[in-house]
Design a protein. Sequence first.
Length: 290
Amino acid sequence: MYVKHTFSASALALVLSLAAASAQARDIVMGLIPAENNEEMVQKFEPMRAHLEKKLGQKVKVYTATDYAGVIEGMKKKRVDIAWFGPLSYYLAEQEAGAEAFAVGIREGGTTHTYKSLFVAPCDAGVKSIKDLKGKSVAFVDPASTSGGLMPTYMVKKETGMMPQQFFGKFTYSGSHDAAELAVKNKTVDAAADNDITYEKMLAKGLITKETNCVVKESDPLPGSPLVYRKDLPAATKKKIQDAILNAHKEIKVTGYGNLSHYVAVGPKDYQMIRDMVKDLGLKKNDLLK
């Protein structure tokens, strides 16, 4: 003999609504790589965080790490749901954590999301080309940085046939683009890799000048730094996130890395150039996540 348990329709509806409310109540976490100092990155993304929180009806928290790898690891362990990455760190998060690019910012006055990597040197150092840096002290930003790691490595290899570790006399990582520019200004290095976004920002703030930090070489255009989410998030949640970001400029002054006018949709295919460069250089995961 057994007793048959039944739920009334109203009781079942209550259980389901409580479950949905519990799932809805979980905080959404947005990770930010430390392209600049963490405090400044958090401040820049605050309007977008608040807008996203309003549109999703869920708490949105920000997570930062001391290096690019920390944010990738956070997404891999499902502690980070959305993140802002550079193109290379996105590629790594795609491999390691199932990240999927969905939006990228357009700079004010521009029509494209691309940006460029730069080699910068003290203006009075007499450096006119990458070849002039043979045996010199040079700082890149981070192994997982695109404009401060991958692209300058590609440029050095293309011009000299050697990897940076072989070509330069002393090769270091500054940890952020700001720090790379300041190392040039203070002449603690003979040159550094950066990008045109941070370079222009620091000029505007008076932190560097065109008399202290001179551009030696600029790269071909790179695909912009994307906002991504974990591929395994519910489809409805991903759509709400993307819609909120793509339409944010209709309600607020959008913010992010650089001075932005709005965000546009992107997808994994927009970053094939990055995958090709990694392959061409023969770089492995351990080379990029140090």
